[in-house]
Design a protein around this ligand. Structure first.
Ligand code: GRF
Length: 215
């Protein structure tokens, strides 16, 4: 299993995934981390874990498409099995998405399809939702709405703020993202249209569904 991780900022999901590889909970490796931000903290995390990392500057390209063509070419050289978006804060062009169809996953801090787009925890608070959570999904052209691999549910309490809710959701992100990658690496994910089934996983447990294994 060879992964490429795309980041833009803090990199806490990258860290959770890198730790899972280091602890041999997932077989394989992250072969490259790519950031579109020079000062992304995630680049430091890559260094800490000895993972090669690169900053690719979008401002030297005229259009989003040109940047994405450049990125696709770079990523394809690595021949990854999976391309993982971990807080990558750019809208992807159709070309990018088509280039890695079925091999491109994202994590979003809501129970999709609710609260797509930016600041999902704030959207959940403002809406008055009583539960929110996070979702690992395949990436399709519809923003944050591709087929769901795993979701974790987090209750929203009356005194929660955007920040407390984000923190609680993040704790689950760090568990479900490595779990989803492990399942993919084991070839246990079957996709039929929108339906994703994890072979051998226990379904029907909360707050994480399907159940986490040993994360
Ligand atoms: C996470 O909340 C993730 O769900 C969203 O962007 C944030 C990235 O955080 N897509 P980090 O950079 O992994 O710490």
């Amino acid at each position: 299993m060879k992964l490429i991780v795309l980041i833009s900022g803090r990199g806490s999901n990258l860290q959770a995934i890198a730790r899972a590889f280091k602890m041999k909970k997932i077989k394989g490796k992250i072969s490259l981390v790519i950031s579109n931000k020079k000062d992304a903290h995630g680049l430091e995390i890559a260094k800490e874990y000895g993972i090669p990392s690169e900053f690719h500057n979008p401002s030297v390209f005229k259009t989003r498409e040109e940047y994405d063509i450049h990125l696709v070419e770079r990523i394809k050289k690595e021949k990854p099995d999976l391309v993982v978006l971990a807080g990558y804060m750019r809208i992807l062009s159709d070309y990018f998405i088509e280039s890695f169809e079925g091999k491109l996953i994202n994590i979003h801090p809501s129970l999709t399809p609710a609260f797509a787009g930016l600041k999902a925890p704030r959207q959940a608070i403002q809406y008055g939702a009583k539960f929110s959570g996070c979702t690992v999904h395949f990436v399709t052209k519809e923003l944050d709405k591709g087929p769901v691999i795993i979701q974790a549910v987090v209750p929203v309490k009356p005194d929660d703020t955007e920040h407390t809710l984000s923190d609680k959701i993040l704790q689950y992100e760090h568990r479900i993202y490595p779990q989803a990658i492990k399942w993919i690496s084991e070839g246990r994910i079957k996709v039929k249209g929108r339906q994703v089934v994890v072979e051998g996983a226990e379904y029907g447990t909360l707050p994480v569904n399907p159940a986490l294994e040993d994360f």
